[in-house]
Design a protein around this ligand. Structure first.
Ligand SMILES: *Cc1c(COP(=O)(O)O)cnc(C)c1O
Length: 368
């Protein structure tokens, strides 16, 4: 059988940048959490995305959790978030015993719909925070969303886990809201084998997040705690991988774009295929190349045909309001998120793919 083609898998630099940082950590015995790579990664990351401060943690989910705590979200508080997303966007709301309200997507962006968002504000004026997600590397329409949230005086957290490198009108996604969250899980555009980052221009809040993420140890000789702590900090080894990966981020974005454009060139003339929306103001990282289908060929047909050739593809995220665990939550909007889920496919978007791989994938799809 042909070698497996993944949806998106870890891709270390050809130059071995990551290994240099790891070797240095070994040589200096900075194996324990914290150490120079963690500080270095935070600074380099903040300057890359154009944020003032950054806190490195062990997952993107932890970054969302601590962002919610930084906003002061607690028991019974309402938090808006898009229904079409990965569950990691929502779970931390539940960790804090707060209440998610799901919002429909906008067909033009695949992200949170400004009209449904405004409607949600009418219904829940007491809302404490809004989480905006930039799915598949496509930016949400931030001007409209920030205007609505600012008018209502509500804090925005951007879940930019999938959109590192994506620009909205020239500015990095994750830097519009008070807080921006990134993930370095194995399938993301760069990886630390698992990790996350919280960015903000609010220095006091970022320092607080670092404090919480290292068990909330007060400054005293003995172990002294006046607040609930978490063990969420990124390790010095992971941060070393991150520093190396950050050097090839632009390269990865360029290859992801190449993959998307290859598919588009080869497949867009097929009846019933539509590509994910690339708006003028959107400069995506093309994390995953996604399509929707309207004709007789269904997502399952494409996924099954690819799987037979040992090629991985996936449906789009299943909306949260359709998940058994979140059935009790309110949902505002229409049927856009459901339609996207039913008709969408994420095509293989691994940056290690060759032109021959891409050609093979396109031939399988054309063969249907
Ligand atoms: C990957 C992802 C996360 C969570 O990141 P982890 O590092 O895996 O915890 C959150 N939100 C979205 C939209 C994601 O894709």
């Amino acid at each position: 059988m042909a070698e497996k083609i993944y949806l998106a898998s870890p891709h270390m630099s050809d130059e071995g940048f990551e290994m240099e940082y790891i070797k240095e950590a070994f040589a200096t015995n900075w194996i324990a959490p914290l150490g120079p790579n963690v500080n270095g990664f935070e600074q380099e990351f903040a300057s890359k995305v154009g944020a003032k401060f950054a806190a490195a943690v062990n997952t993107g989910t932890a970054a969302i959790h601590l962002a919610l705590r930084a906003v002061g979200v607690g028991e019974g508080d309402i938090v808006f978030c898009p229904s079409l997303t990965f569950s990691a966007t929502v779970n931390p709301i539940i960790y804090e015993k707060a209440i998610p309200v799901f919002i429909d997507s906008d067909e033009e962006t695949w992200n949170i719909c400004p009209i449904a968002l405004e409607e949600a504000f009418q219904k829940y004026p007491q809302v404490k925070a809004v989480i905006v997600v930039h799915l598949y590397g496509l930016s949400a329409d931030m001007d409209k969303i920030m205007a609505i949230c600012n008018r209502h005086g509500v804090t925005v957290i951007e879940d930019a886990a999938e959109s590192l490198g994506t620009l909205y009108k020239g500015r990095q996604t994750g830097t519009f809201g008070e807080y921006g969250v990134f993930s370095f899980n194995g399938n993301k555009i760069i990886t630390t084998s698992g990790g996350g980052m919280l960015v903000s221009d609010n220095q006091a809040k970022i320092e607080k997040v670092r404090f919480w993420s290292t068990q909330s140890r007060d400054s005293a000789r003995h172990y002294q705690h006046s607040e609930l702590g978490f063990n969420y900090r990124m390790s010095n080894i992971s941060a070393g991988i991150g520093r190396g990966q950050l050097k090839v981020l632009d390269q990865r974005v360029a290859k992801k774009k190449y993959i998307f454009e290859y598919y588009k060139r080869e497949l867009q003339q097929l009846p019933g295929i539509q590509f994910m929306p690339i708006n003028d103001w959107n400069d995506p990282n093309y994390w995953l190349s996604c399509i929707t289908l309207v004709g007789s060929i269904k997502p399952l047909d494409i996924m099954a045909a690819l799987e037979e050739e040992n090629i991985e593809s996936r449906p789009l995220w299943k909306p949260m309001h359709q998940q058994p665990f979140f059935e009790w939550c309110d949902y505002i909007g229409g049927t856009v998120s459901e339609k996207l889920f039913k008709s969408g496919v994420c095509l293989p978007s691994d940056t290690k793919m060759t032109d021959a791989d891409l050609k093979r994938i396109c031939q399988i799809i054309k063969g249907l």
